[in-house]
Design a protein around this ligand. Sequence first.
Ligand SMILES: Nc1ncnc2c1ncn2[C@@H]1O[C@H](COP(=O)(O)OP(=O)(O)OP(=O)(O)O)[C@@H](O)[C@H]1O
Ligand SMILES: [Mg+2]
Length: 241
Amino acid sequence: MPLLEVSGLTKTFGGLRAVDDLSFQVEAGQIVGVIGPNGAGKSTLFAVMTGFHTASAGEWSLNGQSLRGLSPEAICHRGMVRTFQIVQPFAGMSVLENAMIAAVSRSRSRAEAKAHAEEALHWTGLSAKRDMLVGSLTLADKKALEMAKACACGARLILLDEVMAGLRPTEVQRVVQTILTLRRERALTFMIVEHLMDAVMTLSDEIIVLNFGSLLARGTPAQIQRNDKVLAAYLGGGSDA
Ligand SMILES: Nc1ncnc2c1ncn2[C@@H]1O[C@H](COP(=O)(O)OP(=O)(O)OP(=O)(O)O)[C@@H](O)[C@H]1O
Ligand SMILES: [Mg+2]
């Protein structure tokens, strides 16, 4: 059984089909890249799968259990969480406190939440900054904190929405290493939305390409890089070029 199974997933905003009849599967331990031009529906896909938007049609399940109609908290509890393209920390609180908030729902005590949070900060390279106010962090550390929060909540499948955007090459490398380490050491599974092609091609076992909400192509990075439909979509030629 795949870890995640998505079938016919659709999200409309008025007349716009932001996610249009998407079907795909993710196996445990995979890193699946999700790419596509601006407005292709990548963030909306993550928002629907994690309960931030209601689906207009379709089904999706984690470990064979349907997630349709569940809240973001319930979906997180079942094991899937997303990060936000625009980072959303509590700026006046410390790094550790932010991570603890993410860990609260799976913890029976403050001490347990703290332990989960500290472990997540360790994996994401933020341990030394645990007492800093989040408002004073660099963008790279704010993005790392998004990943830490996702880890702290205990999810097994983490959906990363542009956690590398705006970072310097060395900072991108750090995120790439964090993702690979978390997969290897913690057996986490990732879907990553990213515009940085080098990083996404390096990281991904498989890539899903969206265009106008639909699945344009799916394959290994090598297959996607020589796919004419994908090239055309990125050059603005549309999906049928
Ligand atoms: N809450 C909303 N209400 C109405 N339309 C929306 C809403 N959210 C997204 N859209 C529209 O849905 C489409 C898909 O948007 P989405 O943000 O998912 O794209 P994306 O692939 O993440 O793009 P980007 O790469 O720029 O982040 C766009 O046309 C967008 O304008
Ligand atoms: Mg987006």
